[in-house]
Design a protein around this ligand. Structure first.
Ligand SMILES: *Cc1c(COP(=O)(O)O)cnc(C)c1O
Length: 365
């Protein structure tokens, strides 16, 4: 659903939140924000209709969304989202990382979920508009950020099954503390034998809530086994690595080669893509191909595979210390390459290292 009628720019109206938090209350939250618990004073709201395309863009007080009980999203889950961060640089300026890649991915997700495609300029403008009023919510402590959550869903009150003709796009923001406090500890992951997250021709490559709904029981199983995260295999042969519930996976070989699953049913992370680019810049070989669980198991046992890590916007990069399955276990020590790539990526994001790929976009100017 291309929007040929869309105007080239959107004129946002601003409705200030009369109950915006005072500076002291905000400072209190920013001193220990956690993740996804606190929200800024405002949100972006843009309407779309099949007849009028994108319209009524606004920044308004953060608060409940009025929804008909018959809203299509509540019944048929026609919904997509994105996740990226705003980073405070040393000089106080506010930046985000590769937002055009998130915009493009949201357009791909929209096509799969039969939702309207939000033009890239609108996507980036929506982030700038929110930062214009809530920029003070971007924390300053090391490794903290303001997590930005754009999302879009079918708002039309209609129980017939077809793509909705009324959709809204929103952006909310939530301050995020350092993901790993007191050093990066390796994570443990549980190999799901009973569940798949996505199948051939399904929605695995789209960032949609339904994929997460499908992952929750498997994630609960991981917790039951004392693990932090779950790893899914392909749904057809149950042998190729796919990804974790919300992060991609990369293996590192002794010769420095990085191997990561290629699959039409995984969500291709911008963090993974960026980390692999940085590795290639350093002269590492990168292989995007099918990887079996046996290859990992045998490689770890023989010493051919020396590291494994998970990556995504929220945690950036987490070394995998253990993979637990019903009848075997894989363990890795260290994770030196992973940690140095994490350091380089966050260095670019926080403005400490030269942005040679032009990945950063300033949001507050
Ligand atoms: C968002 C997401 C990722 C990571 O993507 P990034 O762009 O790196 O944040 C990986 N897997 C799933 C299922 C996701 O939803």
């Amino acid at each position: 659903m291309k929007n040929l009628l869309a105007p080239s720019t959107l004129e946002f109206t601003h409705h200030r939140n009369p109950a915006a938090l005072a500076e002291m209350e905000r400072a209190e939250i920013l001193s220990d924000p956690g993740f996804g618990k606190h929200f800024t004073d405002h949100m972006v709201d843009i309407c779309w209709s099949a007849r009028g395309s994108w319209h009524r863009p606004r920044v308004q007080p953060f608060g409940p969304i009025e929804l008909s009980p018959a809203a299509a999203v509540l019944h048929y889950a026609q919904e997509i989202f994105e996740g990226l961060k705003a980073y405070r640089h040393e000089d106080g300026s506010i930046w985000t990382f590769r937002p055009e890649a998130n915009a493009a991915r949201m357009q791909r997700s929209a096509r799969r979920l039969a939702l309207p495609e939000l033009p890239t300029e609108y996507f980036i403008e929506s982030l700038k508009q929110l930062i214009a009023v809530d920029g003070d919510w971007v924390p300053t402590a090391p490794d903290t950020s303001l997590y930005l959550r754009p999302f879009m869903f079918a708002k039309e009150a209609f129980l017939g099954v077809r793509p909705a003709e009324k959709v809204n796009y929103y952006v909310i923001a939530s301050p995020a503390g350092a993901y790993f406090k007191g050093g990066l500890s390796p994570v443990s992951i549980w190999l799901s034998a009973n569940y798949s997250r996505a199948g051939r021709g399904g929605t695995g490559a789209a960032k949609t809530g339904g994929n997460y709904a499908a992952s929750l029981v498997a994630q609960a199983e991981a917790y039951d086994h004392g693990c932090d995260q779950v790893l899914f295999l392909d749904s057809e042969e149950n042998k190729y690595l796919e990804e974790l519930g919300g992060m991609n996976i990369v293996l590192v070989k002794k010769d420095g080669t990085l191997v990561t699953p290629a699959s039409a049913s995984i969500l291709e992370g911008i963090t993974r893509d960026s980390i692999l680019q940085l590795a290639e810049d350093r002269g590492h070989r990168v292989e995007r191909r099918q990887v079996t669980i046996d290859e990992w198991r045998e490689g770890a046992a023989s010493g051919d595979i020396v590291e494994a890590f998970a990556c995504g916007t929220a945690a950036v990069l987490a070394p995998i210390g253990t993979l637990k399955a019903d009848d075997f276990e894989i363990t890795h020590e260290g994770g030196e390459l992973a940690l140095s790539l994490r350091e380089e990526l966050t260095g670019i994001q926080y403005g400490r290292i030269d942005d040679r790929h032009g990945w950063m976009t300033r949001l507050d100017a």
